[in-house]
Every structure is written in structure tokens, then in C-alpha cells.
Design a protein around this ligand. Structure first.
Ligand code: NAD
Ligand code: MG
Length: 405
């Protein structure tokens, strides 16, 4: 009988965490849950612990940890509760962890994902901000320690599925050299365009958080839903693709594809294009990463081609979506500019969700932060975290200036 694989889910209470657990429920003969982590949703994490009996549960703060322990005790659940500063890295690098699902949102996910890479783990990477913030550092660590980095982000997972077999094997075995060969002319990632790709520009200032978190095709966490509506999500994904596949920006195409059926494609030099298609449901890329090299049931209903009217593609308009332009700029500038872009975006999105700034001011906060935080180069995690922190302080100042104006 096959040995069960132990999985640690960082960000278990989130949208990706929930989709992952939904798949695991169908495959309890293959996987056991080793650790689950959450930021503050005590009751939700307690319920998951009762269902999956992980060895560890990690939550932020001693108060939350105490509440969680009491809830677990009342249900006779033996999961151990951790809340120390290094608890996320502890479970991500634990010798009993075989797979790490990195599904924390934002830069908060960097340290634990990086620790897993340095430990040579198999990482199912949903947290794209890790690759934007310090992708070169992260991929170098993964390469040195033979950590497999499997893309969960649907577009990158789609591209991964359409790459040459030798590359897919190397990536799955943690021995990918970090660059694609000359057979590949380019890769293409699609975007739904979010809710506002056809909204008249003069209505952008009236966009509320409630409107922005409602995605037309995908059901996701609040931050990534806003990122999709500004198209910063696609900007982050272009940077993610560069780091993951070792490609220059010129070899990455972006197309708005409102039906969200084709998720990514690879163009080969002979003119062939391979595409991955599927219903927009994150359980498909997650199941692909979990099952590798096999295919496993994801619970997603079969795609009905006859119900599809048409598949269309449009060029993204950088004027309408300045966040996408800023991401391309950050990539071109290089150094730690993608880290600065990411930090400023997180602060700006949180301020927008908190009704402190308008939708159109998100890009302005990011642009001003990029102008005001000096760019540099670093191959050190502590420096990177410091730069991320500085960028957040500057972004906060920009928000205050906007509010005072
Ligand atoms: P979410 O907001 O639904 O969940 C985030 C998870 O991270 C939660 O479990 C939360 O408790 C945890 N968390 C938040 N802040 C934390 C902190 N400071 N410390 C520790 N844990 C913290 O987010 P999501 O939509 O599931 O997205 C997770 C990641 O996956 C993001 O990086 C996102 O870009 C990426 N992603 C998501 C989707 C999607 O469909 N949801 C698709 C592609 C990529
Ligand atoms: Mg995506």
C-alpha cells in the first residue's frame, strides 16, 4: 500500500486552504493532515482540527491560542496548539511534513514558504506574493535545497501543465535549473479582466469595496479579489511567472479572456500552442499539484463545451489598469522594486477595503511609494523584510497625505 503523504496547510481557513481540504476529504487514503494554520479565525480552525485531527494547529497570538486550546479540549481533540513567532516555519519544515500548501495571503507568507524551500520540501505555492517580494532569493533557495515548487496559481499551473515533459519532471523533482529552453517562444497567462474591464473610466471613482470584492468568475479571498479588479493580480502574476519559469518579461503575454476557460498557454517555436482549459475552480490546479504525477478527482464538474458560447481574447489596457503598468515597471526597474510594489499594494488595498482611499487611489499610492523608497539589490532575507517594512511605512504616509488633501 502507498505511504500516506503528510500535508501542512499554511492558511487553512482561507479560500485556497478550504479548497485544498475539500480535495483531501476525497483522498484520505492518500493524505493525512499534519498541521493547519490560521491567523485569527479560532472557531473555523477548531472545526477543521476536529475534522482532520492534525498533529499541530498554529494561530496568531496567545489569546487566540488559549481559546483554540479550550475549544479543542471540549471536543477531546488532541491537536497541539502553537502560537510562537516561528511556529509557521516550525510546521512548514517539520521532518514529518511531506507537502507544504503555502496559502497565506500576502507578504506574511514569505518567511514560512522560504523556510520550507530551504528545507527542501515539496511546496504547493499559492502565495504569489512570495515570488513577487523575493522570487529570485526564494527560487535560489529552492534550487539549492532541491525543493519542488509547484504552481497552484491557476495560470501558472496551466502553463506548467503545457511545458515540455522534461521540464515538468525537473520541476516536480526539485531539480529545475530555473530557465526554460529555446523551444519555448513565449507563455501566455489569461485574466478574466475582473468586474470593471468594461466599466466607463469616469465611474471608477465610485467603485466601492463591496463592488470590488465581487469577482465575476472566481470565488477568492478579499485581497486577491481587489487585486483582480485593479489587474494588479495579473501584474503580480507576470512577476511570478518570470521568477518561477526563469523567463524575461518579453516572453510573457497577458490576454483578457472574460470566459476564464483557458488559463494559460505555451507557444512553441514551431508554431504549436498548448493550452490548459477548465472550469474556473481552484480545486483543479490544487488537485493537479497534490496528485502529481497522477491525476486525482478534484470534485469539479466536467466542463460542458456545448454550453460555451465563445472564447474571446482582448489586449489589456494599461491606461485603464495602471496597476498592471506599475508591475511591468517594477519588473523592468528590478532590484527590490517588486518587493516595494507588493508592500505598497497590500497597504493600499487594505486602506481601500477600510474606506480610507478611493479605488483609483490604490495605483496612486503604489506609484508614489515606488518613487519614494530607494531601490537597491539584496540577497538577504532580513534586508528584504526591512525593505518591505519601510515600503509599508511610506505607503501609509501617502495614504495620510491623500486623506489630508
Ligand atoms: P484568504 O484571505 O481567503 O486566506 C488567507 C489565509 O491566510 C487565511 O487562512 C488566513 O488566516 C491566513 N493569514 C492571513 N494573514 C496572515 C498572517 N499575517 N499570518 C498568518 N496567516 C495569515 O486568501 P486566499 O484567497 O485563500 O489566497 C491565499 C493566497 O493564494 C494568496 O497569496 C493569493 O494571491 C493566492 N491565490 C489565491 C487564489 C484564490 O482563488 N483564492 C488563486 C490564486 C492564488
Ligand atoms: Mg491566478
Amino acid at each position: 500500500m502507498m505511504k500516506k503523504q503528510n500535508i501542512t496547510i499554511l492558511g487553512a481557513t482561507g479560500s485556497i486552504g478550504q479548497s485544498t481540504l475539500d480535495i483531501l476529504r476525497r483522498h484520505l487514503d492518500r493524505f493525512s493532515v499534519f498541521a493547519l494554520t490560521a491567523y485569527s479565525q479560532v472557531q473555523k480552525l477548531a472545526d477543521l482540527c476536529v475534522q482532520f485531527s492534525p498533529k499541530y494547529a498554529v494561530i496568531d497570538g496567545e489569546n487566540n491560542a488559549e481559546k483554540l486550546s479550550l475549544l479543542l479540549k471540549s471536543k477531546a481533540c488532541e491537536t497541539q496548539v502553537l502560537c510562537s513567532e516561528n511556529a509557521l516555519s516550525f510546521v512548514a519544515t517539520h521532518p514529518e511534513t511531506d507537502l507544504v500548501m503555502a496559502a497565506i495571503v500576502g507578504a506574511a507568507g514569505f518567511v514560512s514558504a522560504f523556510a520550507a524551500a530551504e528545507c527542501g520540501k515539496k511546496i504547493l505555492l499559492a502565495n504569489k506574493e512570495t515570488l513577487v517580494m523575493g522570487g529570485e532569493l526564494f527560487m535560489r533557495a529552492a534550487n539549492t535545497h532541491h525543493a519542488a515548487v509547484l504552481p497552484v496559481d491557476s495560470e501558472h499551473n496551466a502553463v506548467f501543465q503545457t511545458l515540455p515533459e522534461s521540464v515538468r519532471c525537473d520541476m516536480a523533482n526539485g531539480i529545475f535549473s530555473g530557465s526554460l529552453n529555446e523551444q519555448i517562444a513565449s507563455i501566455l497567462i489569461t485574466a478574466s479582466g475582473g468586474s470593471f474591464w468594461q466599466t466607463p473610466l469616469d465611474e471608477f471613482d465610485k467603485i466601492t469595496p463591496q463592488m470590488a470584492v465581487k469577482h465575476p468568475k472566481w470565488s477568492m479571498g478579499r485581497k486577491i479579489s481587489v487585486d483582480s479588479s485593479t489587474m494588479m493580480n495579473k501584474g503580480l502574476e507576470v512577476i511570478e511567472a518570470c521568477r518561477l519559469f526563469g523567463l524575461p518579461a518579453e516572453k510573457i503575454e497577458v490576454a483578457i479572456h472574460p470566459q476564464s476557460i483557458i488559463h494559460g498557454m505555451t507557444r512553441y517555436t514551431d508554431g504549436s500552442i498548448l493550452a490548459q482549459l477548465g472550469t474556473p475552480d481552484m480545486r483543479i490546479p490544487i488537485a493537479h499539484c497534490l496528485g502529481l504525477p497522477e491525476r486525482i478527482v478534484s470534485g469539479v464538474a466536467a466542463l460542458d463545451f456545448f454550453a460555451l458560447d465563445k472564447l474571446t481574447f482582448h489586449r489589456p489596457d494599461l491606461q485603464r489598469f495602471p496597476c498592471l503598468r506599475l508591475a511591468f515597471d517594477a519588473l523592468k526597474i528590478g532590484g527590490v522594486m517588486p518587493c516595494i510594489l507588493n508592500a505598497a499594494n497590500e497597504i493600499a488595498v487594505a486602506a481601500f477595503l477600510d474606506h480610507q482611499i478611493r479605488f483609483t487611489q490604490i495605483a496612486q499610492v503604489i506609484e508614489k511609494t515606488m518613487e519614494n523608497v530607494p531601490n537597491t539589490v539584496t540577497d538577504n532575507v532580513a534586508d528584504l523584510l526591512q525593505i518591505d517594512n519601510n515600503a509599508r511605512i511610506v505607503a501609509d504616509e501617502m495614504i495620510q497625505q491623500f486623506q489630508a488633501a
